[in-house]
Design a protein around this ligand. Structure first.
Ligand SMILES: *Cc1c(COP(=O)(O)O)cnc(C)c1O
Length: 364
């Protein structure tokens, strides 16, 4: 079969989406299904929507455009703050965008007016993770700015945590967001329809709290796709962790010295030169069985792979993965199956060299 490939079990994705949506709905929290890790694959997007997602979100306007072209009519949210150079396509394609910059808001307004459309804005608030967001002290001013711009409506406010710095979305942070929502409503005399409480990292809080406050939306990618909590990458109870796997082909199996020999400088990807203990002038006596797999940094994030039981990843370059295969029964031409994390799924989905294949997992 064609290799490398990303095998996807949409049944597992559907299960995860339905399960989370069913847990969050009674708390008054809608789910935006986030498609960026799968390059907005239309089949998976359709699964998210039929499982009950209130809309779809992606960080790239190109991906949202592809969803629209595939016939999606549900609301589309642009997750990354708009580039000034893309405001025209953004107001044409996206119903909502997450924003922080007055200049961008002004440009979105002009573009929306030009297209005679109405574009919804969610103002992102900086609550400590230090990626996107306006300071809490500036939120009301920013809200006034949005309300004064034609072509724009202020849908609400939101936050994104645990991405750049790993700041945990806990009750304190979420209470702060809820309080800000009320401040904005009071100051602007309107009702916000969206208080977006974050990404998959906010699930732990949302599922355990008995006070969601004003939070009425989460933007979920990783938890639905991989069934894990991004705060510790542990499985979320009731979810499936087997929706994705990466399959690649073995192109060399040889027994080789464990240590390189010769003078050592930087590697292809700039590591080192490392002090390799035992690296000598010639091949050492200690050996191991090593397999080369036709899978590299152009295909996946090698750090994000769990290799088959009994094997260990020794290294990776643009096109090769080097595995210690021990006495594993592996020969040239064999296929090996790896479990990818979010980063590896993202890279595999965006690589031209990886073919996506739908599978139905029976037992694993
Ligand atoms: C990627 C992203 C999400 C989804 O994150 P997951 O961890 O995959 O749930 C949500 N919001 C924003 C702003 C994002 O960039």
């Amino acid at each position: 079969m064609i290799a490398p490939r990303l095998e996807v079990d949409l049944g597992a994705v559907r299960h995860n989406a339905q399960h989370l949506i069913a847990l969050l709905a009674p708390k008054g929290i809608r789910v935006i299904g986030v498609t960026k890790a799968v390059l907005a694959w239309d089949r998976l997007a359709a699964v998210l929507l039929s499982a009950g997602a209130s809309g779809l979100g992606d960080s790239r306007i190109e991906n949202l455009g592809a969803l629209r072209r595939s016939g999606v009519t549900a609301p589309l949210t642009l997750l990354r703050s708009p580039m000034l150079s893309q405001v025209d396509s953004i107001v044409r394609i996206a119903d909502v965008s997450l924003n922080t910059e007055p200049r961008v808001l002004a440009a979105l307004s002009t573009a929306a007016a030009r297209h005679q459309s109405l574009h919804s804005v969610v103002l992102m608030v900086e609550l400590g993770d230090l990626r996107e967001g306006v300071a809490t002290t500036d939120v009301v001013d920013a809200a006034h700015v949005v309300c004064g711009l034609r072509g724009l409506t202020l849908a609400g406010i939101g936050t994104n945590l645990a991405c750049r710095s790993g700041v945990v979305p806990d009750q304190t942070k979420m209470d702060e967001l809820s309080a800000l929502a009320e401040q904005v409503e009071l100051a602007c005399g309107l009702e916000l329809t969206t208080v977006s409480g974050g990404n998959s990292a906010s699930l732990g809080w949302a599922l355990s709290t008995d006070d969601v406050g004003r939070v009425d939306e989460l933007r979920l990618g990783e938890a639905i796709l991989l069934g894990v909590d991004p705060l510790d990458r542990r499985p979320i109870e009731g979810l499936r962790g087997d929706a994705f796997r990466v399959v690649a082909e073995v192109i060399e199996v040889q027994t080789k010295p464990t240590m390189p020999w010769g003078r050592l400088a930087q590697t292809a990807f700039g590591d080192g030169p490392r002090a390799v203990e035992g690296a000598g002038a010639g091949p050492g006596k200690e050996t191991r069985r090593q397999a080369l797999v036709a899978l590299g940094r152009q295909d996946v994030d090698p750090e994000g792979l769990t290799s088959p039981a009994g094997t260990t990843v020794l290294g990776a370059s643009s096109d090769h993965l080097v595995l210690d295969v021990g006495d594993h029964d592996v020969t040239v031409g064999d296929e090996l199956t790896f479990e990818p994390d979010y980063s590896a799924v993202l890279r595999a989905s965006t690589s031209r060299f990886v073919t996506r294949v739908e599978v139905v997992t029976t037992s694993r």
